[in-house]
Design a protein around this ligand. Structure first.
Ligand code: CUA
Length: 355
């Protein structure tokens, strides 16, 4: 009876601790907390994970419970007070429980129970794999995702839009990602929307995501890919469908400014962009710059961050990034251009007006 109580108390403590941990983690809805899914794919994956976890918890509680029960019930009693080692051995021998070997009933149970548990996990695992590999229902948006050291390129194949590091998507609509790499292996991962997907040289991996609510979903390259693996971040910006359409319609429309003064500065900045070196690596729709070494900057004024999520996109940070790219992100492919302070000011005004 006493042992049963110990066992019960152990089970309750373990289960309580796990439940507390689970609810704590779920409540800490950080920007990259995959236990807080933001769409159907992540939800299905979380469901499978929880099923597996609870089966494991059950196995853990039963096995450790039996172990603790055996330790408590069959521990050597009073051995420390006995005399010689020989007397202890003799006493231990007398207390031995009945010895037996190879109980067929026990072995059948020990084979069948794990088999059943594995089948319970295997069926939904295989089902989900096939379900997620198939094309999603509805009218999916197709995006080609290319990993670069150390930034992500997104090409909306049906819309003629290319952007970098930030993937704008409409809410409630599946987005099929065709993931590849321009150099080494990367891994696309936006935890709240889906599990990790490899970007492997020479192949295209397909997966889909969907965001149910508008918001910013953080992502992080999940495969060690060089010095700035940690600074190869991404943001998925989920917009209500009408706002997404607006962004699509606005893409490439050129400088958006409020005053004639700003317009003049943006025009000068555009000239700097086209003639002072930026054009050697970047593209901006509607200009003579069409290079593809670095990110396409057509909508850079709409982006939330710079340098793949390293800093907020604002005037001060953009100036710092352009004037000292190697200081901000050593080893990246952007070079420092010999620009005067005025040229830099105009260039930044121009870039921030592209939205
Ligand atoms: Cu790309 Cu790590």
């Amino acid at each position: 009876m006493k042992h049963l109580r110990i066992l019960l108390a152990f089970g309750l403590v373990v289960t309580g601790a796990l439940l507390a941990a689970a609810s704590g983690v779920a409540q800490a809805a950080g920007p990259q907390n995959w236990l807080y899914p933001g769409g159907p794919v992540a939800e299905m994956q979380l469901g499978l994970f929880m099923l597996t976890t609870w089966i494991m918890v059950f196995v853990f509680v039963v096995v450790s419970g039996l172990l603790i029960y055996a330790i408590v019930k069959f521990r050597a009693k009073g051995a420390e007070e006995a005399g010689t080692a020989a007397a202890e051995a003799a006493a231990a021998k007398e207390d031995l429980p009945p010895q037996f070997e190879g109980d067929p009933r026990l072995e059948i149970v020990l084979t069948i129970v794990p088999f059943i548990l594995l089948v319970i996990m295997a069926i939904p695992t295989v089902n989900l794999n096939f379900a997620l590999a198939a094309d999603p229902e509805g009218d999916p948006l197709h995006v080609r995702v290319v990993g670069h050291q150390w930034w992500w390129e997104f090409e909306y194949v049906d819309l003629g839009i290319i952007t970098g590091n930030e993937l704008r998507i409409p809410t409630g609509r599946p987005v099929v990602l065709h993931i590849e790499t321009a150099d080494v292996i990367h891994k696309f991962w936006v935890p709240r929307l889906a599990g990790k997907i490899d970007a492997i040289p020479g192949r295209v991996n397909t997966a889909w995501i969907q965001a149910d609510e508008p918001g910013v979903y953080w992502g992080q390259c999940a495969e060690m890919c060089g010095t700035h693996h940690a600074n190869m971040r991404t943001r998925v910006v989920a917009l209500p469908p009408d706002e997404f359409e607006q962004w699509v319609a606005n893409y490439g429309r050129g400088p958006v400014v409020e005053t004639a003064e700003e317009l003049a500065a943006a025009e000068r900045g555009k000239l700097v962009f086209e003639t002072r070196g930026c054009q050697a690596c970047h593209t901006i729709e509607g200009t003579s710059a069409v290079a593809k070494v670095g990110p396409n900057l057509t909508d850079i004024g709409t982006r939330l961050t710079l340098a793949a999520g390293m800093m907020d996109n604002n005037r001060e940070n953009l100036k710092r990034w352009i004037s000292d790219p190697q200081g901000v992100k050593p080893g990246n492919r952007m070079t420092r251009l010999p620009l005067s302070e005025d040229e830099l000011d105009d260039l930044v005004t121009y870039l921030l007006s592209l939205k």
